[in-house]
Design a protein around this ligand. Structure first.
Ligand code: DP6
Length: 389
């Protein structure tokens, strides 16, 4: 049994804070994406996962977000002129939101509903949220249309910015609490975002064998990771850079009446136990078996839901077969995983990088859209930036 103290939902409600401490400013965070090894697919309100998941935090795929904040009342009391300026610059009086969002230099009103929903879900925990007006400016290191989910890095970056504001208002909060509450808030924006705060391996969802694990936030994998998994590589092959036909949110919903759901959640939780041992013992063969089985199980759930759908493309399967052939012929520890899309994440250990990079360039990138791919690796988590972007 897990006997560590795990924070509960009420621990994340900010009750006392000094609003006069901060009137305006800005904060920036650079936050990575992550790739799940054991997948989260199926959830209950409010963003509670049906099974435990574990992910590698990435490094090269990240979002940079700046949150500019101005306290509403202070501005009004300071001068009527200033208040005018804010309401004109924010231009959100008609939709009643207290923020504007810019993505890669362009104002994005179509991003507002998702962020407004996020604000609604978190305002109970960060009651100062409606006392400010915000301008959110965000950009990704990877192309927006690459098919790489940006919600994990995007929502975690915004959650961290909001927590930096909380820290201004209450400087007594510890680093551990800061990270846990950031993950807690990020989860309410997008489930997988709660695994993008720290590195290198993050577990989300309560599991008897993972000390400190919780359905409410991600925690660092609590055991020492074998050196075989240090600097692990993830080369992302961009097979289809278009918009997904079915969103993850819809995919999660389809798990609630799915004929195989119960067994799938059991399988995922069993895979957490197995991968935990493989990661500690450096068992690359077992790691490969679990990770590939998880990727295919995720897509099997999509293919057997009602309505059913397929996100893999012919080139996704060609790449998988090439990887299997290469492994059979060379004894390599290369393996693949998939997200909710057609792209293939090729995972491999640092010590095999030369041969595998050659194999990828010579045999796999021909299956990518315009030969596009991204070389990424396991990363250490989010960083606060001191400069304005
Ligand atoms: C297949 O976190 O994008 O990538 O909580 O609805 O925002 P929401 O879903 P999201 O789902 C991610 C699904 C996945 C698997 C995973 O990352 O674990």
């Amino acid at each position: 049994m897990n006997k560590s103290i795990v924070l509960i939902e009420t621990d994340f409600i900010l009750t006392t804070y000094n609003i006069s401490k901060c009137t305006e400013g800005s904060v920036s965070w650079k936050t990575p994406s992550n790739i799940a090894l054991v997948k989260y697919w199926g959830k209950q309100e409010p963003q509670i996962p049906e099974n435990t998941s574990i992910s590698f935090t990435l490094d090269a795929c990240f979002t940079v977000t700046t949150l500019e904040y101005k306290k509403r009342d202070t501005e009004r009391s300071r001068s009527g002129q200033n208040a005018e300026k804010i309401s004109t610059s924010l231009n959100h009086q008609s939709d009643k939101s207290n923020f504007d969002i810019y993505f890669e230099g362009e104002k994005k009103d179509d991003f507002k509903p998702k962020i407004e929903l996020f604000f609604k879900r978190i305002e109970h925990y960060v009651p100062f949220l409606r006392e400010f007006d915000f301008v959110i400016t965000s950009k990704n290191s990877f192309p927006h249309s690459s098919g790489i989910a940006s919600s994990a890095s995007g929502m975690s970056a915004l959650a961290l910015c909001i927590m930096s504001l909380e820290k201004e208002l209450d400087p007594t909060i510890s680093d551990a609490y800061f990270n846990q509450k950031s993950s807690f808030l990020a989860r309410l924006g997008s489930g997988s975002a709660c695994r993008s705060i720290e590195g290198e391996l993050i577990v989300w969802g309560n599991h008897n064998e993972i000390k400190g694990s919780s359905d409410l936030f991600g925690v660092k994998f609590p055991h020492t990771i074998h050196k075989n998994f240090k600097n692990y590589h993830d080369t992302i092959l961009l097979v289809d850079e278009g918009e997904k036909q079915v969103s993850s949110t819809v995919g999660h919903q389809l798990m609630s009446n799915h004929p195989f759901a119960k067994q799938r959640f059991i399988q995922a939780n069993d895979n957490i136990s197995k991968i935990s041992k493989a990661l500690q013992h450096g068992d690359l063969k077992e790691f490969t078996t679990i990770v590939e089985s998880e990727a295919l199980s995720l897509h099997a759930m999509m293919m057997t839901s009602n309505p059913y759908f397929i996100l893999m493309r012919p080139n996704t399967l060609k790449i998988i077969h090439k990887i299997w052939d290469f492994r059979a012929n060379t004894g390599s520890n290369i393996c693949f995983t998939l997200d909710a899309g057609a792209n293939v994440h090729v995972l491999f250990p640092e010590k095999e990088k030369l041969e595998i990079n050659n194999f990828i360039i010579n045999e796999l990138i021909q299956f990518c859209q315009e030969n596009h791919y991204i070389c990424d690796r396991i990363g250490k988590g989010a960083e606060q930036l001191l400069i304005k972007n």
